[in-house]
Design a protein around this ligand. Sequence first.
Ligand SMILES: *[C@@H]1O[C@H](CO)[C@@H](O)[C@H](O)[C@H]1NC(C)=O
Ligand SMILES: *[C@@H]1O[C@H](CO)[C@@H](O)[C@H](O)[C@H]1NC(C)=O
Ligand SMILES: *[C@@H]1O[C@H](CO)[C@@H](O)[C@H](O)[C@H]1NC(C)=O
Ligand SMILES: CC(=O)N[C@H]1CO[C@H](CO)[C@@H](O)[C@@H]1O
Length: 761
Amino acid sequence: MPWPQQCASVLVLALLLTHCGSSVTPRLSFALGSPGRTLTSFYLQDVQNSTTLLLSPDHLTLYVGAQDALLVLDVSHKDGISLIRKLEWRPTEKDTEQCSMKGKKVADCANFIRVLEFLNDSHIYTCGTFAFSPRCVYIDTETLSMSQRSDEGRGRCPYDPYQHNTAITVDGELYTGTVADYRGNRPVISRHLSEAGRGDLKLDDTLGWLEDPTFIRSMFVPAEEKIYFFFSEVGREYDFFDNLLVSRVAQICISDIGGQRTLQKRWTTFAKSQLLCQDNGELPYNLIQDVDMLPPEEGDLPEDTLFYGVFTSQWRVNSGHSVVCAFSLLGFRLVFSGSYKILNRDTLQWSSRLQEKLASPGECGLHNASDSGLRFVKENFLTEESVRPVDRRLTLVSQNTYNHIRVQRVRVASGRRYTTLFLLTVSGFIHKVVLLESGPHVIEEIQVFQTPQTITNMKLSKGVIFIGTSEGVLRLPLANCSFYRTCPQCVLSRDPFCGWDSGRRMCVRVGRSVPSALVQDVERGQVDENCVVSRPHRAQSGGHRATAPCPPAELVSVSLNEVVRLHCPAPSLLSLQQWERPNSRLSKQLYLQLEDGSLSFVATPATLGLYLCVSVENGFQQTMAVYQVRQNSGPPSSPGSAPAAPLTEHRSPTRAPPASTTPPKLTALYTELSVVHRDRGFGEVPGGPCYLKELLIVSVLLVLCFSLLLTLLMYTVLHCHNRTAPQPLAPPRQRGGETEPPPKGQHSTSSSNGHLPNVPL
Ligand SMILES: *[C@@H]1O[C@H](CO)[C@@H](O)[C@H](O)[C@H]1NC(C)=O
Ligand SMILES: *[C@@H]1O[C@H](CO)[C@@H](O)[C@H](O)[C@H]1NC(C)=O
Ligand SMILES: *[C@@H]1O[C@H](CO)[C@@H](O)[C@H](O)[C@H]1NC(C)=O
Ligand SMILES: CC(=O)N[C@H]1CO[C@H](CO)[C@@H](O)[C@@H]1O
């Protein structure tokens, strides 16, 4: 390849990599129903909104809270999910009638199950919206029967199915965050089913403890004996903004029993803090969408517990983007044990003036504090400092809108552990991301549903992930290592779940094989350093280690003046396809490389001959296709004159689905050569001629490009800085009164009380 071309492609690549806010491209993309990434699904004709998931401790049974029904599913078999029991739980006709008489849509007057938690070894506690009159029942896990007795669900479950809530049980006690009234104006965090001898607790609702929150999740941290609640709400401390939303983490201690006179039957340990997911100088991503907890590694301290949150922004400049931030338990501890802002009860304004410290808000055991101490706590529950992400940086920036995150730590063959994120986009793709030292790497994206789902949910189990949607329940294995058929593909994937077993010549799940025998390079994905030993055709590749053997040449018969198109299968979306001819250059006057990597040219005596398509990924080259273009032996068909006009060069290493590329509009006869379809993880085919690239030349060219690159980088950095100008905020939200539920297909985390994640201005 001529060197200016080489340089150009390197530059284009560099531009893509340094582009501001660039999203990370998934290495592989699997559309719904691809054989390489099969889903197991479970649907019942008459069951909808199966979005509340609870996994049994042995991971064999999945309980699913749906609309008017609770499903008990057997998930112990690899081949399928089967129904064990369906428990109907629906409001009576009278309930539904009353609900719709109050002006609610009949469809929303069903019973949407929104709380589903183990109470003890033998019982599950579940609550549903029950036609805007929430109810809770017990389920015996032995007999799979529902108790006759039902509890009132106020404060445990929302009335409105579009409102977000959170619930968790600890030692048989139920901790919830929800709105506790029909109109949706009274948010509360409370404890129910409290042990004998200690009463139920809730937040004092007279003082803005919560400001119109959208509850996301709650998590119990045993080492702290605390429950952390995650939500977004109006940031009243920013009183110069009308409707600034902020993300919060709040805490309560499970040992809390309320005050004796002040704060009777109320939390004495409630404290909240802002979660600030923000890059230096940029606008914060202020709306938390989901969060997951990653316990510390063995041998590490509890304060190394991490919380990975996915955030979107209220500002239009970042609309549609989302970011991941990691917070540590240590960060929570420091902020909650620091100083607090003061709430003026008359003006409901926050200030941070210095004051005599009468108690330590956020500390467990405050129920014994004096009245003055508790009054102090009552006015000081918002921390002065915000919780900042670990290392003060964003973990991942994406142009996708994620609304769910699950995190797992995977131990690789070397014994090292890698954090892997599973992110669900609003449009129905799961992105599997491994966090490397060099940054996040998106191993694959897998489409799991097509039509937008109102509410979705995810649950990680042993080796699989469950997704609850409006339509049903899906199960996806965390990896499919056998998709990678060769050692290079297995190593290039950088999938921490997969390693190359050189003995069995298979890419296998780590942990299911003798770890040390596996070839894996998650951090760098270097094929030539890792696959040499295991490659059987080493001798044939003439010592050029990083070059895989070539596939056999395919014969292509053409007539002169015909437009020829040669396909080149791309092994991944990160690979670059390049075309080569032995002993001659591909002049851009004659050849056109299309976006999908295929090569188009007019057949002339000069263009007959051998063509090779070489794919380069992460420094590893492999010949993807070899074509021998020959003239037809039959009489040459001469349809009009083929354009001798120079073809404009069109090179783009960007990913482009083959379906979207349009053939070039050339007047000549168009011959599309069908190529034997090779799976993306094509096998190693022995034999065939092989055109070997001179790596040395490339390196020299790279150096030549380097100075240009530097200029480019500097330009990009400067350019990025100009994007940070603040934008006006969203219009003030109507407070009080009921609002319409979000339209179908609306971002699932928007709540009915007007929390739109990205309010257009
Ligand atoms: C894994 O990939 C292989 C090869 O494409 C395919 O045959 C197999 O069905 C896949 N397995 C799963 C569980 O997706
Ligand atoms: C579990 O809780 C249920 C409901 O409160 C109770 O009836 C049952 O006895 C408890 N079982 C155990 C084993 O504690
Ligand atoms: C603190 O309260 C507990 C009851 O929760 C009581 O048993 C204990 O004696 C109290 N301690 C002090 C120092 O008052
Ligand atoms: C409350 C809720 O999420 N309702 C949804 C149930 O599922 C149907 C589609 O299957 C949606 O239209 C509803 O919005």
